[in-house]
Design a protein around this ligand. Structure first.
Ligand SMILES: Cc1cc2nc3c(=O)[nH]c(=O)nc-3n(C[C@H](O)[C@H](O)[C@H](O)COP(=O)(O)OP(=O)(O)OC[C@H]3O[C@@H](n4cnc5c(N)ncnc54)[C@H](O)[C@@H]3O)c2cc1C
Length: 360
């Protein structure tokens, strides 16, 4: 039986337990793991539960890992940049190997007006000419006349970062991980279900649509190429009239090319048209990608609310972190910190919480 150790303070509820708060986190994607970190840092006793192979089954597995709050301002609300700056600082401290090389935005000569439009909608960049592009990325020397350089952005390798964070959670914070073949059903997700918990945090991504009815899926397709003929230090976005494509160096000759953004929830199905677009952009960046080996093709579905902004929501004894859309790595750590403050201190964050929070 779960022990309730919360106390109402006006409209909010704050934690006043003498014992550690027992938190069960359902879902080991980027939302679940960063949330486990935020709660464990506050002294909670955390268990993370996922399906059998954990993060390998979620959207986080397919992410590019760009930590690009300035670039995202081009199409996202200011709150995403705000969460992104906080998360960027988090990743630099939380996991090893976060290259601080910035990012580069380029366009073929015929699409330079797109570059100017991109520049008008964002900030934190320097205009760079062909020779500066060549200094930053010697393999692109002479290929582009103009670009935008965002020096304070970064990137990470999502699969390695999630593995490193999991190790840290186990070794440093004694977080327990459980993998159930089919995941947890609704009954087991209740606080009194499974081993009992004071709070359940639901980080199931799109699977939480069974409870969060306004959640929708936005498919993203990606591929990984291997080439020893080209090297890049930082992510490069290629502006394109239909889909902006990015190429993220993963080290050892590997490059992640992403990503489409398609309004459907067909998990795993990759179309020829999408591959043509992604490969075309890689080839336009450097013809050596035409000879590259295709190592992986993948797709998953981003969980998104109608306004594409993330939310913390509470229903009964469960706190939901969801709607991370294209910004899982960019926004999850900042959202996780807020979630812990909601649970421990009764905090309210209007930028990510619904107005009906007082009914919690
Ligand atoms: C191609 C692509 C590229 C992307 N690139 C970027 C990028 O560069 N930068 C960025 O910030 N974001 C990027 N994103 C977005 C990012 O991947 C998502 O926002 C993020 O992964 C969502 O994380 P999540 O933890 O909410 O969901 P998920 O990663 O889907 O995790 C949900 C977890 O819940 C588990 N689960 C589900 N049901 C149950 C159950 N009943 N019981 C137990 N466990 C369950 C699943 O197995 C899964 O592990 C990209 C997405 C795609 C598809």
């Amino acid at each position: 039986m779960a022990s309730t150790q919360t106390e109402s303070t006006g409209n909010a509820t704050a934690w006043h337990g003498a014992n550690a708060m027992r938190v069960r986190i359902v879902g080991a994607g980027v939302a679940g793991l960063t949330c486990a970190h935020a709660f464990a840092e506050r002294g909670a006793q955390v268990t993370v539960i996922d399906r059998k192979s954990g993060s390998g089954q979620g959207c986080s597995w397919y992410a590019g890992g760009m930590l690009a709050p300035w670039c995202e301002r081009e199409s996202a609300e200011p709150i995403i940049a705000e969460l992104g700056h906080e998360s960027l600082a988090y990743w630099r401290e939380a996991v090893p190997d976060v290259p601080n090389e910035g990012s580069l935005v380029l366009a073929p000569p015929r699409d330079v007006p797109d570059l100017r439009r991109f520049a008008r909608r964002t900030d934190g960049f320097q205009w760079v000419d062909g020779s500066r592009i060549g200094e930053l990325e010697p393999d692109l020397d002479g290929r582009f006349d103009q670009g935008l350089f965002f020096p304070t952005e970064a990137h990470l390798e999502p699969r390695k970062a999630l593995a490193a964070l999991t190790r840290r959670l186990v070794q440093e914070y004694r977080v327990a991980f459980r993998f159930e073949a089919d995941g947890l059903d609704e009954e087991q997700r209740q606080p009194e279900g499974a081993d009992g918990a004071d709070l359940v945090v639901d980080c199931r991504g799109l699977a939480a649509r069974d409870t969060l009815a306004d959640l929708r899926g936005v498919k993203g397709e990606m591929l990984v190429l291997y080439s020893t003929e080209v090297s890049l230090k930082r992510p490069v976005r290629m502006l394109h009239p239909r889909i902006p494509v990015y190429i993220v160096p993963r080290g050892d000759g590997h490059f992640m090319i992403g990503a489409t953004s398609i309004e459907n929830d067909e998990r795993g199905r990759v179309t020829g048209r999408s591959m043509l677009e992604l490969l075309g952009a890689a080839y336009a960046l450097h013809p050596a990608f035409g000879e590259a080996e295709i190592v992986e093709i993948g797709a998953d579905v981003r969980p998104a609310f109608p306004d594409n902004l993330p939310r913390l929501r509470k229903r009964g004894g469960t706190l939901y972190i969801n709607g991370l859309y294209r910004h899982g790595f960019l926004a999850a750590p900042a959202l996780a910190r807020r979630a812990a403050e909601v649970a421990f201190d009764g905090a309210y964050f209007p930028e990510v919480m619904d107005e009906d929070h007082r009914q919690w």
